[in-house]
Design a protein around this ligand. Structure first.
Ligand code: HH2
Length: 260
């Protein structure tokens, strides 16, 4: 899944694709580099991000969704807003990627009525405050129960509901690492599992050889290590900024797994 943030303020690619023409070109390039689908987002969810109005998010994201869908590119819309999700489905998106995990009853009603594919992600709290002291009594159990309860509310068939433990969303570095290590627990649910580790700050922290985390521009190797690990654990969808590199790493991991 190639990431296409049509935002001025995303943590690693903010401002690159505010112009729809540049964004459309970037989406087409990611498909040529090996992506199977493109995740279009019009609102940053990085820690501390300010929220965007429905109108602004629609103006940013929908022309890009429409243009890419018209060219046959499978499109996912990365939004927490039912109004934006509805507009994206009208414009040809096939999947709603909701990082708030279907907490909004109107989003649940929308997917019940329109029956698209969905990705349900776990987040503790909300983007503005989620990184202030995240706490869990039982991390894996809490994240998994949240996702499965939300999945049931949609009423969609299992293979149409992708689950995502939400790497970096209301989690410490330790929480993020434990979720990756225990991905089997999520794969065992039978749902397709998506993971979004690309360029995230925990990757910068763990891959650094000093006390300072590496900047987002220097997190490719760490990202590929985590993506490859996730792939070997049975994760089916890898959300990536660096599609060419991710696709190559995934191909190698898959070839090793399939060698008989
Ligand atoms: N991460 C981000 C956004 N959307 N969706 C899913 N399903 N899983 C994720 O891990 C995920 C996501 C955050 O990364 P990015 O889109 O690069 O940045 P920003 O939110 O600043 O636009």
């Amino acid at each position: 899944m190639g990431i296409l943030n049509v935002t001025p303020d995303s943590f690693s690619d903010g401002g690159l694709y505010v112009d729809s023409v540049d964004a459309i070109e970037a989406g087409i390039k990611m498909m040529a580099e090996g992506a199977d689908l493109i995740d279009v987002g019009g609102e940053s969810t990085r820690p501390g991000a300010a929220s965007v109005s429905i109108q602004d998010e629609i103006i940013r994201a929908i022309p890009v969704v429409e243009a890419l869908a018209r060219r046959g590119v499978p499109i996912s819309i990365d939004t927490m807003k039912p109004e934006v999700a509805a507009a994206a489905l009208d414009a040809g998106a096939f999947l709603v990627n909701d990082v708030s995990g279907m907490r909004n009853p109107q989003m649940v009603e929308l997917v019940q009525a329109r029956r698209p594919f969905v990705c349900i992600m776990h987040m503790q709290g909300e983007p503005r405050t989620m990184q202030s002291e995240p706490r869990y009594a039982d991390l894996i159990d809490e994240v998994k129960s949240f996702l499965l309860e939300a999945a049931i509310r949609t009423g969609l068939p299992q293979d149409q509901i992708w689950l995502d433990p939400g790497f970096g969303f209301g989690k410490t570095v330790y929480h993020n690492l434990r979720l990756l290590k225990d991905l089997d627990a999520f794969v065992a649910t039978g749902h397709p599992i998506l993971i979004g580790v690309s360029r995230k700050s925990s990757i910068g922290t763990v891959s650094s050889n000093s006390d300072l985390p590496l900047p987002a521009t220097d997190r490719l190797e760490g990202t590929l290590a985590a993506q490859t690990f996730a792939q070997m654990k049975g994760v089916q969808i890898i959300r990536a900024h660096d599609v060419k590199s991710a696709a190559r790493a995934i191909r190698v991991a898959a070839a090793i797994q399939n060698a008989s």
